[in-house]
Each structure stands twice: as structure tokens, then as C-alpha cells.
Design a protein around this ligand. Structure first.
Ligand code: FES
Ligand code: FES
Length: 213
């Protein structure tokens, strides 16, 4: 039988044969029993967290990825602490945890189980201002006010840091009691940004409360 007499293989049959071969090869290469997409169906991990916020015991059941800032703002509805950058760069979210100021956007709430947290709402009230709040008003330490809760929490903690002998980048002698100077105040507040540029007035307010001569 010469070549011209061979029965023609239809194009459609050839395609079906190729597809079947490819499918067979793929099946052979695949794992015998593909695991079920467990991650997609697994429940989001949650954890119980106890915080003392502004003197009140609060119990939360949180997704373990919840930041302290979101726990305060979204779960406890304490919206004084602000979310500026959510990346640890602006200081708008500063709160005081166990006596130390921290960026609440950079830490997970579950890391602070049992902690004492102070937010701007806990420092003072409209009827009874904290001395730092009163000084900010007196010295015009704000304009739009967005950064102000973080500035005030930071300012209160800065004065405690100096009192407790914690040195800063500009402290000349790391072993000596830091000076309560304008240079120290400016350096220690450098992580709190103010788009309105109220910096000099903020330092004036802090200097008054701190008793800088
Ligand atoms: Fe936390 Fe900016 S919102 S540092
Ligand atoms: Fe407006 Fe500071 S007062 S950002």
C-alpha cells in the first residue's frame, strides 16, 4: 500500500488522541491524592486578650493579627488614637503601655495580654484636662489636631523617660541623669510628625509642664 493509499487520519481524531495523551501524562505526574485546600477552610485563629484600658478591665476575643491600634479603635471604639501611616512612621497612634510609649500600629494586641494601656481618653477629660492637654491648648500646640492625641501621649511619656533616667540619642553621658532640656525634648519627640508644623509650640507646652527653665 503506497502512502497515497493509506486511510487518512482525520484532523479531529488526531487532536483527540493528543489531548488524551497529554491528560494521561499530567495525571501520572500529579500527586496521587491532592490534599484538600485546608488553609482556605480553616477558621481564622482567635485568642482571648485581657487589657486594662484607661483603668477599665476589657476582655476581647481577637483575630491574632489584630494590632493594638485596631483593637482600641475598632473593637473598643476608643478613636482618640489615630491611624496616620499604619507603618510606625508618624506617631499618631502613640499610646502608653505599662508606662512606656509605643506605636500601637506596630504591635499586636495579643502581645499585651494583661497590660495597662493609657490612651488620650484616659489622660484627662474635657472637664478635667491633664496638665499636658491644658498646656497644648495654652501654647497652640496643634492646628488640625490629627496628630495631637499621639503627641500628647508621647509628651507625657517623654517627661517620665527623662525623670526615670532613660537616655536618648542626644544625651551626652549615657550613664548620667538626662537633662530636661529643649534639645532632649525635640529629639525624643522626633518620632511624632505634625503636618501642620506645630512643633515649636508643642515643645513650649512640654517645657512648661516639665519645668524647663
Ligand atoms: Fe502608627 Fe503612624 S499610625 S506610627
Ligand atoms: Fe495637624 Fe499636627 S496639628 S497634623
Amino acid at each position: 500500500m503506497n502512502r497515497l493509499e493509506m486511510p487518512a487520519i482525520k484532523r479531529r481524531d488526531a487532536l483527540i488522541a493528543c489531548a488524551a495523551t497529554a491528560a494521561g501524562a499530567k495525571a501520572a505526574a500529579a500527586p496521587q491524592s491532592a490534599p484538600a485546600p485546608a488553609a482556605a477552610t480553616r477558621a481564622t485563629p482567635r485568642m482571648a486578650v485581657s487589657l486594662n484600658v484607661n483603668g477599665q478591665a476589657r476582655q476581647l476575643e481577637l483575630d491574632t493579627r489584630t494590632t493594638l491600634l485596631d483593637a482600641l479603635r475598632e473593637h473598643l471604639h476608643l478613636t482618640g488614637s489615630k491611624k496616620g501611616c499604619d507603618h510606625g512612621q508618624c506617631g499618631a497612634c502613640t499610646v502608653i503601655v505599662d508606662g512606656r510609649r509605643i506605636n500601637a500600629c506596630l504591635t499586636l494586641a495579643v502581645m499585651h495580654d494583661g497590660a495597662q494601656v493609657t490612651t488620650i481618653e484616659g489622660l484627662g477629660s474635657a472637664q478635667q484636662l491633664h496638665p499636658m492637654q491644658a498646656a497644648f491648648i495654652k501654647h497652640d500646640g496643634f492646628q488640625c489636631g490629627y496628630c495631637t492625641p499621639g503627641q500628647i501621649c508621647s509628651a507625657v511619656a517623654v517627661l517620665d523617660e527623662i525623670k526615670n533616667g532613660i537616655p536618648s540619642h542626644v544625651s551626652a553621658d549615657l550613664g548620667a541623669q538626662p537633662l530636661l532640656s529643649l534639645e532632649e525634648l525635640r529629639e525624643r519627640m522626633s518620632g511624632n510628625l505634625c503636618r501642620c508644623g506645630a512643633y515649636s509650640n508643642i515643645v513650649d507646652a512640654m517645657a512648661e509642664v516639665g519645668g524647663v527653665a
